[in-house]
Ligand binder design. Structure first.
Ligand SMILES: [Zn+2]
Ligand SMILES: [Zn+2]
Length: 469
């Protein structure tokens, strides 16, 4: 038997994380993320698997983000019948996130089919529905951190905290081939030290090979500790102008982190206590999952939680589920903070908030997350003079502020620090999960420092032979 790795998704790009690891008859799929891109490619890439899902022994899921978990319902639709192994918190987050994703697929197809009908084109089916997503949840098998789970005689997995989002992990696969056990770590979304709420990332022990992310392989972030002050400055200056602060945010983690900081700022009187609305039904559900998993908290969050301090500000912050309430916000002219999804401004309620607020120079659009190429979020980051929302042009007059200290991904130096202790023992590092330019920068940095580093292309397969290949 020999171990082979096939690099299938999030290779020289950031979305659609998925890799296949085989050892003789054993087949493990690592993540099954949704590839996000232009419509045709989106449907083709996500609806075809380059392996038979019915033959897979387990899907090992690193964390709940849709670019890692979002194609699981489709995997199940295509015949997958074994376990989806992950942490307990990831399982609970996916119970809301996957059905929500199914709902988005259905809405998206409704919209597309309206256009197709006008053009006389045939109607299409969604990639998967909310019901498909709910079906797939029965295969989820959640586990605590740092407990070894046997998949087959020759394969086991242990989850180590990745410090990236609640429940995130760097799974460590232990596979026995002819040469003995080989340990493969999967650090495809690596978090940072000193982030609020979460623990620092943990390095699994005795790693032979490692998948390594490179989202920010060539960039540096501001330290997380500066976040609070920067946020206070933005609130103070916007309130002085009588404006609103619109924050496009991922429903998972980023929203809870912002709320966590706002709560502290208000308590410490570092910013005026203006109304805060979290306008995203998904974010409301995910925040509830946070309360169920104190085992994922860092010490500060745990202490605050245990002593009943309400660290996620449930008393101060208004969580909105109903559409009507969301619409009411447009009529309310008070300075306020609106945190809304989707994170890259491609869909969802954030579009309405942007449409209503983007042309007013008193307002601030606060960017707190990664904006992929070809998204409205990226055009706002690049400060285009006009941007299209629902097909209509709008002048971008609001102040755009970018805070990258919220990033849940390690930057160049943080990644380097993470792998540095492994230098003399590791047999291979595979650079994945980054836009090509960023991945290449990390690849060069590690190569210059004499790491056995590889930079695969999508679809490449490599055989591990115990030596670096
Ligand atoms: Zn992630
Ligand atoms: Zn990712």
């Amino acid at each position: 038997m020999s171990i082979k790795i096939k690099f299938l998704g999030a290779v020289r790009t950031v979305t659609g994380s998925m890799h296949l690891i085989t050892n003789g008859d054993s087949k493990i799929v690592m993540d099954c993320g949704l590839f996000q891109g232009h419509r045709e490619e989106y449907y083709t890439r996500n609806s075809h698997f380059p392996f038979d899902p019915g033959e897979i022994d387990a899907c090992v899921l690193s964390h709940a983000h849709i670019d890692h978990s979002g194609n699981i319902p489709n995997l199940v639709k295509h015949g997958f019948k074994s376990r989806i192994l992950t942490t307990s918190a990831t399982r609970d987050l996916c119970s809301s996130m996957l059905p929500d994703s199914g709902h988005i697929q259905e809405e998206d197809i409704k919209y597309l089919n309206k256009i197709n009908k006008r053009k006389g084109l045939p109607a299409r089916k969604p990639l998967y529905t909310r019901i498909d997503a709910e079906e797939s949840l029965q295969y989820f098998d959640g586990h605590p951190y740092e407990q070894k789970i046997t998949i087959k005689d020759d394969v086991s997995v242990t989850f180590y905290d990745a410090g990236h989002v609640l429940g995130s992990s760097n799974p460590l696969l232990e596979i026995k081939d002819n040469t003995g056990p080989i340990r493969i770590a999967y650090a495809v979304d690596l978090g940072r030290k000193n982030m609020p709420i979460l623990n620092d990332p943990v390095t699994p022990p005795d790693i032979d090979y490692m998948f390594l992310e490179s989202t920010y392989g060539g960039r540096l972030h501001s330290p997380p500790l500066e976040t609070k002050n920067m946020l206070a400055d933005i609130i103070n200056s916007t309130v002085k102008r009588g404006g609103k602060i619109i924050i496009p945010s991922f429903a998972l983690e980023r929203t809870q982190e912002i709320v966590y900081y706002l709560n502290q700022l208000f308590d410490e009187k570092l910013a005026p206590e203006i109304p805060v609305f979290v306008d995203s039904p998904l974010a409301v559900n995910l925040t509830e999952v946070f309360f169920k998993h104190p085992e994922c908290y860092d010490e500060e969050m745990y202490d605050a939680f245990k002593s009943g301090k309400d660290p996620l500000g449930t008393n101060k912050i208004k969580y909105i589920k109903a559409v009507e309430e969301s619409k009411q916000l447009h009529k309310d002219s008070r300075p306020m903070i609106i945190i809304s999804a989707a994170g890259m401004c491609e869909a969802g309620r954030i579009l309405h908030h942007l449409k209503n607020n983007i042309e007013n120079p008193a307002n601030t659009i606060l960017i707190v997350g990664y904006m992929a190429k070809n998204t409205l979020g990226r055009r706002i980051v690049e400060k285009h003079e006009t941007v299209k929302i629902f097909g209509q042009p709008y002048n971008l007059k609001a102040d755009v502020k970018i805070m990258n200290s919220f990033s849940a991904h390690a930057d160049r130096d943080e990644i380097f620090e993470y792998v540095k202790p492994l230098k003399d023992s590791i047999k291979g590092i595979f650079i994945v999960h980054g836009e090509e330019e960023q991945s290449e920068k990390l690849y060069n940095l590690l190569k210059e420092n004499n790491f056995p580093v590889h930079f695969p292309h999508p679809g490449d397969e490599i055989e591990l032979n115990g030596n670096s290949s």
